[in-house]
Ligand binder design. Structure first.
Ligand SMILES: [Zn+2]
Length: 250
């Protein structure tokens, strides 16, 4: 009987201590896990705040000059008064015959804007300035354009996107610094051989005008494409992602 009592006692005692050990270690593990989860939650929260910050900065762009990095979008008119704006896709005066921008604004990546401003300064010294036809183009607008005109010869397929969607391409021409027009041989968005860089059956004046624009843009870090005298890509575009940031219109 004594033995039996001892056996019962020891069984109860050990099972109790065991019962205590298991929940304690489990509690510790749970605590550790909840700490890790909390930490992860804080990190996610921080990332969201950062994102929210940059989105607010983009949509508000009140202190854009002091707060931007090279990859941020900037409104060129907030950085320089020296450009002429003629944003064709904010009107119906384009090959789509439709207005696809709500309002006329020229946004590009900050690094692109800086180079464009330098190129414009160099042209101003020679009696010219840059007129802008198109700059950054939101990806949703690219889709809209593709829907209206699904021809890869005229519009970049939104699947691959355009350098315009990255904020690293501009469509431009020259005007006299006083505003007078400069003959470039064709209109903007003329799709044909006459708009190619290799096409030379043009007047000496036109060829010189195209050459001036091209040499200046190349000097300040831009590259041409074969088929459009008005289109310039920034030299490095890989670090920029296709974006759908949309500017405010008020
Ligand atoms: Zn273009």
């Amino acid at each position: 009987m004594k033995k039996l009592l001892l056996l019962i006692f020891s069984t109860v005692f050990f099972s109790c201590t065991n019962a205590e050990v298991v929940p304690e270690s489990r509690t510790m593990a749970l605590l550790e896990r909840s700490k890790a989860l909390k930490l992860r939650g804080e990190k996610v929260e921080q990332r969201l705040y950062k994102k929210k910050d940059s989105i607010e900065r983009l949509s508000g762009y009140s202190n854009i000059k002091s707060n931007t990095q090279d990859v941020d979008f900037v409104n060129i008119q907030e950085l320089s008064d020296d450009f002429v704006l003629d944003m064709k896709y904010a009107t119906k005066d384009n090959f789509l015959k439709e207005k696809v921008y709500s309002c006329a604004k020229c946004f590009v990546r900050e690094e692109v804007a800086k180079s464009l401003i330098e190129a414009n300064k160099a042209l101003l010294k020679q009696g010219y300035r840059i007129k802008l036809f198109d700059c950054y183009r939101p990806h949703s607008v690219q889709k809209k354009m593709w829907k209206i005109f699904p021809n890869p010869g005229y519009v970049a397929d939104p699947k691959g996107g355009s350098i315009h969607n990255k904020g690293a391409a501009v469509d431009i021409t020259l005007v006299r610094s006083g505003g007078g027009s400069v003959d470039m041989g064709t209109d903007f968005d003329y799709f044909g051989k006459k708009a190619h860089h290799s096409y030379t059956a043009l007047s000496k004046e036109v060829l010189e005008n195209r050459k001036l624009l091209r040499s200046t843009m190349e000097k300040y870090g831009f590259k041409t494409i074969r088929t459009e005298w008005w289109h310039y890509n920034f030299k490095s575009t890989t670090k920029y992602k296709i974006s759908d940031f949309r500017w405010k219109c008020e």
